[in-house]
Design a protein around this ligand. Structure first.
Ligand SMILES: CC(C)(COP(=O)(O)OP(=O)(O)OC[C@H]1O[C@@H](n2cnc3c(N)ncnc32)[C@H](O)[C@@H]1OP(=O)(O)O)[C@@H](O)C(=O)NCCC(=O)NCCS
Length: 206
């Protein structure tokens, strides 16, 4: 399986819609209950198709399909940004306003200058448990290191033990947990842990 998967920088534009669908399907519970609250899959895909910065991502491509996605946010670039005019167009002003606030809370994190934030890691359901998530994560770390970042960060919810295991195996450690209790339980979680992988600076000449 892994032999037939290529990891590339940036999602090709022909796979934009697949990226939007993959994002929505991977985070549907949270998106439906707490964030964008789309009225249909079509609306969600339409919104994400227009909102993902495909250059701020690594793609795992298998044939003509997108098998996985790592969305990256730095101080100067953001993987997911839903344009305000689009929100208004889709939901009307007042319903757009509440969604804008939900999105801001979820995606407001402004990385430090030396921080590469892994905004999204998602593998298509039919391709999971074959090493694609691990490969994408390792590639994110390697590229962040090569690009001179000091750390890679991410956030994981308390009910996502599969992702947490993966992150710990790849050297991430928990740095902070925020408890939300009933505020987020409709989205399938009650706390969010920020995790960090420090990238060792190599001494000159080594
Ligand atoms: C979390 C996620 C990205 C992991 O992707 P993945 O491709 O399944 O990850 P991997 O295959 O590398 O690792 C998953 C498991 O498969 C195992 N595995 C990897 N290659 C394998 C292989 N060839 N044969 C059998 N098992 C294998 C890994 O050891 C790991 O085992 P574990 O669950 O006991 O820890 C994926 O489940 C996903 O998209 N989830 C929905 C979105 C999400 O929650 N993202 C994270 C947000 S923080």
């Amino acid at each position: 399986m892994l032999d037939s998967v290529r990891i590339i920088s940036g999602v090709p534009s022909r796979l934009r819609r697949q990226a939007a669908l993959l994002y929505y399907q991977a985070f549907r519970e949270k998106v439906d209950a707490l964030e964008l609250k789309p009225g249909s899959v079509r609306q969600a895909v339409r919104l994400y198709t227009a909102s993902l910065d495909l250059d701020s991502a690594l793609a795992a491509v298998k044939g003509h399909h997108l098998a996985g996605l790592a969305g990256l946010t730095t101080r100067t670039s953001r993987f997911l940004q839903v344009p305000w005019p689009l929100l208004v167009q889709e939901f009307g002003f007042w319903r757009a306003l509440s969604r804008r606030m939900n999105l801001a809370i979820e995606h407001m994190h402004k990385p430090d200058p030396d921080e590469q934030h892994l905004d999204t890691l998602a593998v298509r359901a039919s391709c999971r448990n074959r090493g694609i998530g691990t490969t994408l994560l390792r590639e994110v770390i390697a590229r962040a290191h090569a690009d001179g970042f000091g750390k890679v960060t991410l956030a994981v919810v308390n009910t996502n033990s599969a992702a947490r295991r993966l992150y710990e195996r790849e050297g991430f450690r928990a740095v902070r947990t925020r408890h939300y209790g009933w505020l987020t339980s409709r989205g399938g979680f009650t706390s969010v842990t920020k995790m960090q992988r420090d990238l060792a600076v190599q001494a000159p000449g080594l």
